[in-house]
Design a protein around this ligand. Structure first.
Ligand SMILES: [Zn+2]
Length: 63
């Protein structure tokens, strides 16, 4: 049983040697996302279904 602490973007799996990663706390888990995919979390969380648990329950932020 390994704890999954790889610091990679939850969407594209690019690691923090390649891009700056933004740490997230979600459902008692630590996740990381890169600047390129942070807008998905804000505006299009449905695109993270399958990548992020319960992403289908997140509400897109309407600017
Ligand atoms: Zn990414």
């Amino acid at each position: 049983m390994t704890t999954h602490t790889d610091k990679t973007c939850l969407y594209c799996h690019t690691d923090q040697t390649k891009v700056p990663l933004i740490p997230l706390e979600y459902q008692d888990r630590k996740l990381w996302i890169c600047p390129e995919h942070l807008p998905l979390l804000i505006h299009s969380p449905q695109k993270l279904v399958g990548k992020l648990p319960d992403a289908e329950n997140l509400t897109p932020y309407e600017a």
